[in-house]
Write a protein that binds this ligand. Structure first.
Ligand SMILES: [Ca+2]
Length: 379
């Protein structure tokens, strides 16, 4: 995520004007044919104060996190009153705030991911009862101190295996000054996989890839990530998709099969996308992105989405939807066996797209940090 300040918005506007003179350079593989995706429109269903994350909750309703620290449930009349408010416990400077929410299987527990008043990445758990958060059951599952205010990652999702995956950025500044992406003795720059109910405060799944390696943290599922701002699991196949925000040139989508045993090295900071970063050497085990795009167009910060598995737009089924915080166009990838076979866009813009949400019915919503929540509907 890049949160746009007034000055950077002006710079962006200047860049935008400059970029109009450029042809839209394509960084895509020649074999990946451009396609026009299904006819869709965005239906605004609510407004919010900096909506930043969401998840399907009890009864199939969509729960929305607002960056300053509130959680609200989407109903027919828009968002209800907050069902949780941690605004006194987080800040919104830099890339901080309430950054992710998730339910476990059966919605027995609700999880929040946020930066605390010191900027420390924190995941807390609440027990659910009768579809409601039980505030007195709150406990902290895991924390990670942050050396800088940016690149916190912060997305959380339960995988099809029932374990909690947590995306953490490289710690911040720029260019990964501490080399966290490639280091296995830190949780920064990683995708984590833990079992929050196997022990207190959490258990490590026995089949995590670095269990038994004394030089690596057991929580690590995958590494070499810069700022994996949004990730998801394909509700149809279980495959993992990660939108990893680039440094200055390449925005990327990473992919792993549901059959993966973890341990993928996505390359940062030796690589930015498919390209050696600042004289870096490509690691032998580098797993390159399935898709990357440059910033010669309007993009500046990829926002990973979901594979569409809803029922309203049959022709979109199986396509991965994503966007970009600066561009806002909702884009799509077609994949086969982990290879992109086509890319295109839906011809709609969601504004400053900060996140996608998959509802209980698997229809998708687009969150714009500026305040709108839209559903992707057939045109
Ligand atoms: Ca990478």
């Amino acid at each position: 995520m890049k949160v746009r300040t007034r000055s950077s918005a002006i710079i962006s506007a200047v860049c935008l004007v400059a970029s109009l003179a450029l042809t839209t350079a394509s960084a895509d593989e020649p074999s990946a044919a451009s396609h026009k995706a299904a006819g869709v429109e965005l239906t605004q269903v609510a407004t919010a104060q900096n909506p930043i994350a969401g998840t399907a909750g009890p009864g199939g309703q969509v729960w929305i996190a607002e960056r300053a620290g509130t959680v609200r449930v989407l109903g027919a009349q828009g968002l209800g009153r907050p069902v949780l408010d941690i605004s006194a416990e987080t800040t919104t400077d830099g890339e901080r705030g309430l950054l992710g929410i998730a339910f476990d299987k059966g919605q027995k527990h609700f999880y929040i991911s946020y930066t605390d008043l010191e900027g420390t990445s924190t995941v807390d758990e609440f027990t659910m009862r009768y579809g409601k958060i039980q505030p007195n059951t709150r406990r902290t599952v895991i924390t990670q101190t942050q050396p800088y205010e940016n690149h916190n990652g912060g997305d959380i999702k339960f995988g099809p295996d029932g374990y909690l995956y947590i995306a953490l950025g490289d710690g911040g500044a720029g260019g990964d000054p501490h080399g966290n992406g490639q280091k296995l003795d830190t949780l920064l720059g990683k995708m984590l996989r833990i079992d929050p109910n196997g022990a207190k405060p959490y258990a490590i799944p026995a089949d995590n890839p670095f269990v038994g390696d004394p030089n690596a943290k057991d929580e690590i599922w995958a590494y070499g990530l810069r700022n994996p701002w949004r990730f998801s699991f394909d509700a149809g196949t279980g495959d993992m998709f990660i939108g990893d925000v680039g440094q200055s040139e390449w925005e990327e989508i990473d992919w792993a099969s549901a059959r993966s045993g973890g341990g993928e090295n996505y390359g940062w900071a030796s690589m930015e996308g498919n390209h050696p970063f600042r004289g870096g050497t490509e690691p032998a085990n580098h797993v390159p992105p399935v898709f990357e795009y440059d910033r010669l167009g309007l993009g500046c910060s990829v926002t990973g989405g979901f594979v569409y598995r809803g029922s309203k737009i049959p022709e979109l089924r199986g396509q991965y939807l994503y966007s970009d915080y600066c561009d806002g166009t909702v884009r799509s990838l077609k994949l086969k066996n982990g290879k992109v076979t086509g890319h295109g866009d839906l011809g709609v813009s969601g504004g400053e797209v900060i996140s996608f949400v998959q509802g209980g019915d698997r229809e998708l919503y687009v969150l714009a940090l500026g305040g709108t929540i839209s559903r992707i509907d057939p045109a």
